[in-house]
Design a protein around this ligand. Sequence first.
Ligand code: GCO
Ligand code: MG
Length: 412
Amino acid sequence: MKIIAADVIVTSPDRNFVTLKLTTDDGLTGLGDATLNGRELSVVAYLREHVVPLLIGIDAHRIEDTWQFLYRSAYWRRGPVTMAAIAAVDVALWDIKAKAAGMPLYQLLGGASRTGLLAYGHASGKSNEELFDSVREHQEQGYRAIRVQTGVPGLKSIYGIASNATFEANTGVRYDHEPAQRGARPAEEDWDTRSYLRHVPTVFEAVRNEFGPELPLLHDGHHRMTPIQAAKLGKSLEPYDLFWLEDVTPAENPEALRLVRQHTTTPLAIGEIFNTVWDYQQIIREQLIDYVRSAVTHTGGITHLKKILDYASQYQIKSGMHGPTDISPVGMAAAMHLGLAIHNFGIQEYMRHGDKTNAVFQQSFTWTDGMLHPGDTPGIGVELDVDEAGRYPYETAYLPYNRLADGTVHDW
Ligand code: GCO
Ligand code: MG
């Protein structure tokens, strides 16, 4: 079964997505997600200029060999662009293999280990009132686990909060639904860690008082703290029993988590901007985290993320795969198949895609009582309507960035 065509499709229905479509001489097709938020065209070029020419003629069944070939023959290894490109090829090959077998992909990964995947959504509000409404809205949509992000007094706009004026004016979409903003330059937001650290525990106390002790609550620190600040936050949130506290410190120095770990029993999650098992090696071995946040899309695909999760399982560390709107329906489907099959599944992030996106990508997954299931269509269960995709050409869009009150650039 040889690859005879490899097309890179860029479309921007509600946001930009990059998809690789492989076609075999048997007439089977497979899809892979290669979307790298705000840097999409770099992966398009990597694929079109350097990977597509190498794929034509290869045996589509040789997934592991193709992965090793693309990874090792490049010499320049790792990094988000390379690993997103390899991920797209890998998932498209798994899609083809599962279609050839006439089975949903999770069957080839060992079969279902559970009936469905617990998923969490993003609630947010500038005030506690707005936040409570957003939590209720998510509960009405079926969510049984909820991420809570709050405004901070004195700060105009920060990561994860709905009602960002510029964004809503441009798109009419809530900010917590989509952080990237269309436009020629990234939007500037503001930040003050001391105000944040003072305010956040009061919000979790209010949320617990309003919604009770049962509801699993999550929070994302989005890489903005120093280790000692993160330790303080983890400690101050202990009474509110978080499911996890995510990305408390910047990803470049994972061993910073050692200090955080020494000070708090709040569970820690990290890894949405990691690319390989080597980014995780030390923090898994030293048991500094509880959840692996990588997406299939940014970590070299099913083949590589499964290796990371199998390694993590030896230390009782579970999956918490990244699933914001910038993971396309193809990347989400891949995550669902992997999550259904592995033993150490933890939770799946699930932000809904918009209607235009769902018209471009036909999907077989189901959402029932707060649980996701990838469906039983052979392959990953996603097809791309090329004509529909063609209606939405690429639009320049960037993630925002932060400046402190004195103008210093800060982690966003
Ligand atoms: C999350 C993430 C996202 C990222 C976004 C960047 O936990 O879902 O932090 O909100 O900011 O995916 O592209
Ligand atoms: Mg995050």
